[in-house]
Design a binder for this molecule. Sequence first.
Ligand SMILES: [Fe+2]
Ligand SMILES: [Fe+2]
Length: 143
Amino acid sequence: MLIDWEKKFETGINRIDEQHKQLVAIINKLHENIIIQKDGSSVNGLLMDLKIYTIDHFTTEEKMLKKYKYPGEDDHIKIHQKFINKISENLYDVNSAPLAQGYQLIEFLKAWLMNHILIHDMEYVTHFKKHHTFLADIQTDIL
Ligand SMILES: [Fe+2]
Ligand SMILES: [Fe+2]
């Protein structure tokens, strides 16, 4: 397994944590297929899944950024958009793509997600906690 889910990745917002776990699961599957089994045949399908789940997750987050008036909203959205563009570029011809490209892709995805959760997502969590309705919202699980 490439990425083990750890407590430090938890934001405390159930919906966000479940979505982050889904993204980790897809990256682990890509790692399993490319690096362990050296099978590129399902890579594009998994990258499409990653794109769909990522867009869904970013939409959830961006609604919250607005709701809790996060001052870094614009920058955070830009970082999300850049990542979507990057995944889109990485759809490649699995029959001719060298395995090295797969290694690079996996390393990039892992580093990006870990860094994004631990630094950028945790930053909005700190801000949300100061918002007067946030703590009540997560307790009633309406997020
Ligand atoms: Fe996130
Ligand atoms: Fe984010």
